[in-house]
Design a protein around this ligand. Structure first.
Ligand SMILES: Cc1cc2nc3c(=O)[nH]c(=O)nc-3n(C[C@H](O)[C@H](O)[C@H](O)COP(=O)(O)OP(=O)(O)OC[C@H]3O[C@@H](n4cnc5c(N)ncnc54)[C@H](O)[C@@H]3O)c2cc1C
Ligand SMILES: Cc1ncc(C[n+]2csc(CCOP(=O)(O)OP(=O)(O)O)c2C)c(N)n1
Length: 419
């Protein structure tokens, strides 16, 4: 059976930009691939999965490990077939690996909208990871801050003067404010899912660049959709743009970002015992090699990864973004190390996600650093509204067994920040 997903994971598609390939035996071995393949599909990575099958004359005779994997893989695969003999392999392998590339259009209309904007925000995602220089030129020309969706964390480094970092619950206050105040939104290679963090529909003019025409206007209504590769499209768009001489929007974002990093540094340098998880993330970030590859798991750990690890130019990072599966961090790291044997590869994972696939450690000579952190430190949004605070209090009161400790921790944190 051959089944690629349009989207990748198990063997490094995310860190190589090439087709990932995985191999499993029949029955339970094949079923085991499913979580990884759904992760790949949902994060838009190409994977070719090859599984085995039972002896053909024993299929459907109640034999051992006889599972109809064609049917099991039907939903996750964009192309799915049972290989019936050696000669069949060449044809179906070609079909399985083929992908289309639409041409971009309407560049002039996009430039018109962007040139008219006074407060433009760029939202960059995974599809713009290879367009760092172009994004920075764009930000410089338009005087526009770059907000990053989490899978696009490495699209521009966190020390770039143009970025306000992440967005969403795990994002930053300056990103949220930029979204609230912008008059034009340019989305580049992102399907960032939490629409409530974007401007109200109609509140800003929209332009989007995406490889997949189905993604245009999906999260925010846009006047112009440019279907094409982010980097190639930006290279064509940049010469059509006029420098925005009003720098105040970008400068305000830069000032807010200085305040934000002060707050992050403060949260990450508290001497509290038990140690705050932010301390671990910050200290790790400071010590990573310049070309490290860092893979994060799903859980509260994701918050500290998103906020406190400052990604640098040359580093790569990823997580199970859209499936948000636990236990991806360690296998991602193993895949990264296989794909890039000379680079430092780090898994930033919670004890739950780690223990799910802990046996994988036997694969590569890695080092485990265990950090015992404050279990009552809740991940909080970058700006807490009165409604969110009331709902948080209500959820705690409803039966959270550690509500007293959690409430006290939040209070202590706030007091320390004020002092
Ligand atoms: C516990 C947890 C919490 C999370 N919280 C947050 C959060 O607060 N904030 C946040 O941002 N995310 C968060 N995420 C991740 C979130 O669910 C999404 O996966 C993420 O925001 C999507 O990032 P993206 O838009 O870059 O990627 P995608 O959704 O994968 O979108 C990428 C887009 O780029 C397009 N594309 C691909 N290649 C190209 C190319 N070459 N050129 C042009 N376009 C291309 C694709 O067609 C697609 O539309 C969280 C995840 C977890 C596990
Ligand atoms: C495969 C899978 N199982 C369960 C979940 C639901 N889930 C999300 S985070 C989480 C707990 C994560 O705990 P841990 O790995 O210790 O990390 P922490 O939250 O403590 O940082 C659970 C059960 C999931 N996302 N994926």
């Amino acid at each position: 059976m051959i089944c690629p997903s349009p989207a990748g994971r198990w063997r490094g598609a995310k860190y190589t930009g090439r087709l990932g390939v995985c191999l499993a035996t029949s029955g339970p071995g094949g079923i085991h691939l499913l979580n990884g393949l759904y992760d790949a599909k949902l994060d838009g990575q190409p994977v070719l999965a090859i599984t085995g099958h039972h002896y053909h004359d024993l299929i459907d005779t109640f034999g051992q490990q006889d599972v109809d994997l064609d049917r099991v893989f039907e939903d996750v695969a964009v192309y799915n077939t049972r290989v019936m003999g050696a000669a069949h392999v060449e044809n179906v392998a070609h079909l399985a690996c083929r992908a289309g590339l639409p041409a971009e259009e309407e560049l002039f209309r996009a430039a018109e909208v962007l040139n008219a904007g006074r407060r433009v925000v760029i939202l960059a995602g995974r599809g713009a990871l290879h367009a760092t220089d172009e994004l920075e030129s764009l930000a410089e020309t338009l005087g526009a801050p770059i907000v990053k969706a989490l899978l696009g964390k490495a699209a521009v480094p966190d020390d770039s003067p143009y970025t306000t970092g992440g967005i969403g619950l795990l994002g930053t206050r300056p990103s949220q404010e930029a979204m609230e105040e912008c008059d034009t939104l340019l989305m580049v290679g992102t399907s960032f899912p939490y629409m409530e963090f974007l401007p109200e529909p109609g509140g800003a003019r929209g332009v989007q660049i995406d490889l997949d025409p189905l993604r245009i206007g999906l999260r925010y209504p846009v006047e112009v959709g440019l279907v094409g590769d982010a980097r190639a499209t930006l290279q064509k768009l940049l010469p059509l743009l006029i420098r925005n001489e009003d720098r105040s929007f970008l400068e305000k974002a830069q000032e807010s970002m200085r305040e934000w990093w002060k707050l992050m540094r403060e949260r990450a340098s508290r001497p509290d015992k038990p140690m705050k998880p932010q301390v671990v993330a910050w200290e790790l970030g400071e010590r990573l090699s310049p070309n490290a590859i860092i893979s994060c798991d799903s859980g509260t750990i994701t918050t500290w990864f998103a906020r406190q690890i400052r990604i640098r130019r040359g580093q790569m990072c990823s997580l199970s973004g859209t499936l948000a599966s636990m236990a991806n961090g360690l296998p991602y790291t193993i895949a990264a190390q296989i794909a890039h044997p000379d680079r430092q590869c780090v898994a930033f994972v919670g004890d739950g996600g780690f223990s799910m696939l802990m046996a994988e450690l036997a694969t590569e000579g890695p080092v485990v650093v265990e950090a015992m952190v404050d279990p009552f430190e809740p991940p909080l949004p970058p700006k807490t509204s009165a409604r969110q605070a009331a709902k948080f209090a209500k959820a705690l009161a409803k039966g959270e067994p550690n509500r007293g400790r959690i409430a006290l921790t939040v209070l202590e944190d706030k007091v320390k920040e004020m002092v």
